[in-house]
Design a protein around this ligand. Structure first.
Ligand code: GDP
Ligand code: IMO
Ligand code: MG
Length: 431
């Protein structure tokens, strides 16, 4: 039996899609445990590029069961469009391999309305820069106990009653934001049509995954977003509304934490962030442009240019601690090619002195903490054809060794391009 969690160590977009797709060659099951269509996970297979939003990144592997766990928030429109898009691309057996937890929450039109109105109305310094997919309001409904779960689709009468209750709770909010409260039928009727596609996929995920683990299956838990966007451990309030950290896998898939055998953290060889919030190593110069352009750093969901900066090792050590990484996957190392002198953040100057710990509670206040950098040599050679560490230029190997040493976590994998085979594999916990 192996149960492996793959989780982003930064502010999302670390390359989870590529790495999950890579490791699922050996996985029987892949389970997305949190978030919703705010995620955009890119899979590049041959000449084809697919961005999955709700579907697990194992969906292109025909032998892998794919599961949407109960920690997720699911927009039925996005789900159905995603399934149909894959079918149009000639991918077969998608629904046969797909299971959806009957306890996951539904994103409904009023959640999206509230998310958009709030972002539009917020003063510039308070806007989160959300993906406007209704994520926050849907998790609010879950916590307020007025959420609609996928399982409610099985009972149209109850579904209608639950939506009426939620609409009643949201109406004053929508009105105060200057929006129009939708009519109950306009929500329920399309949903009933969609439920014909969704209900057959519903299942008790916790039980199925438990049985699979008892049968010795290889199970991979796919994180969305990243540790620094986690509702508890991220740069609050500039975070998403779910448990993105590895611990979210136990809750969001319904397995005991002791079933998880291995946790892989993914970090880019530099940093990016989409949306607002603190980003101490952010670059606003030619280096930042290099990272954005060579790394094609534009949001996979919203197309927004991603903010870019140097690698932050205290932040990586922080993620290693709160996630409990066993191994590291470093992605996009190729993007650093051609930068003569690299910088890596190794510590912070804070009002209470210099520290190697990530000052998560201080970084919110502009100017309160100042990153301390170490210069490192860059390299000029293309990395795209490297398949072994020894094939990398020595400066790139020094860079990787430094990341492993400072984070205290061994390297499992290095990614040198978006394609499946552009990968240096050092350890596969699914073998
Ligand atoms: P995710 O949300 O963590 O799955 O990451 P995204 O898919 O949003 O963004 C990662 C982007 O980097 C995608 O466009 C990937 O195709 C691309 N990518 C992944 N690994 C590498 C790599 O090693 N090198 C390069 N150049 N691109 C990569
Ligand atoms: P993947 O899984 C990068 C960011 C948004 C915003 C904040 C809150 O592809 O790594 P939300 O819509 O969740 O309420 O927005 O979180 N965000 C992401 N940034 N990658 C993601 O997903 C993200 N999902 C949310 O930009 O700052
Ligand atoms: Mg992404």
């Amino acid at each position: 039996m192996s149960a492996v969690v793959i989780v982003g160590a930064q502010w999302g977009d670390e390359g989870k899609g590529k790495i999950v797709d890579f490791y699922t060659e050996r996985a029987d099951w892949v389970i997305r445990y949190g978030g919703g269509p705010n995620a955009g996970h890119t899979l590049v297979v041959g000449d084809e590029k697919i961005v999955v939003r709700l579907l697990p990144s194992g969906i292109l592997r025909e032998g892998t069961r794919c599961v949407l766990g109960q920690g997720m928030v699911i927009d039925p429109n996005v789900l159905i469009a995603e399934i149909d898009d894959l079918k149009k691309r000639g991918r077969n057996g998608i629904e046969e391999r797909l299971l959806i937890s009957d306890r996951a929450h539904l994103i409904l039109p009023y959640h999206i309305t509230v998310d958009c109105l709030r972002e539009a109305k917020a003063a510039a310094e308070n806007a989160i820069g959300t993906t406007k997919k209704g994520i926050g309001p849907t998790y609010e409904d879950k916590a307020r106990r007025t959420g609609i779960r996928t399982g409610d689709l099985r009972d149209p009468k109850r579904l209608r009653e639950r939506i009426a209750l939620a609409l009643e709770a949201w109406a004053p909010v929508i009105q105060a934001l200057g929006g129009t409260v939708p009519d109950l039928d306009s929500i329920v009727e399309p949903l009933l049509r969609q439920s014909e596609r969704i209900v057959p996929l519903l299942s008790s995920v916790s039980l199925l995954v438990d049985n699979a683990l008892r049968d010795g299956a290889h199970v991979l838990f796919e994180g969305a977003q990243g540790t620094l966007l986690d509702i508890d451990h991220g740069t609050y309030p500039f975070v998403t509304s779910s448990s993105a950290v590895s611990g979210g896998a136990a809750i969001g898939a319904g397995v005991g934490p002791n079933r998880i055998r291995n946790i892989i953290g993914i970090t880019k060889a530099y940093s990016t962030r989409v949306g607002a919030g603190p980003f101490p190593t952010e670059l606003d110069d030619a280096y930042g442009m290099h990272l954005r352009e060579v790394g094609a750093e534009f949001g996979s969901v919203t197309g927004r240019p991603r903010r870019t900066g140097w690698l932050d090792l205290p932040a990586l050590r922080y993620a290693a601690r709160v996630d409990g990484f066993d191994g590291l996957a470093v992605t996009k190392l190729d993007v650093l090619t051609g930068i003569e002198k690299l910088k890596v953040c190794v510590g912070y100057d804070t009002p209470s002195g210099r520290t190697e710990e990530f000052p998560i509670d201080d970084i919110e206040v502009p100017g309160r903490v100042v990153p301390v950098y170490r210069d490192m040599n860059g390299w000029k050679e293309s990395l795209a054809s490297a398949r072994r560490l020894e094939a990398l230029p020595s400066a790139a190997r020094v860079y990787l060794d430094f990341i492993a040493e400072k984070s205290g976590i061994p390297l499992y994998l290095v990614s040198v391009g978006p394609k499946r085979d552009e990968t240096v594999i050092l350890h596969n916990p699914l073998l």
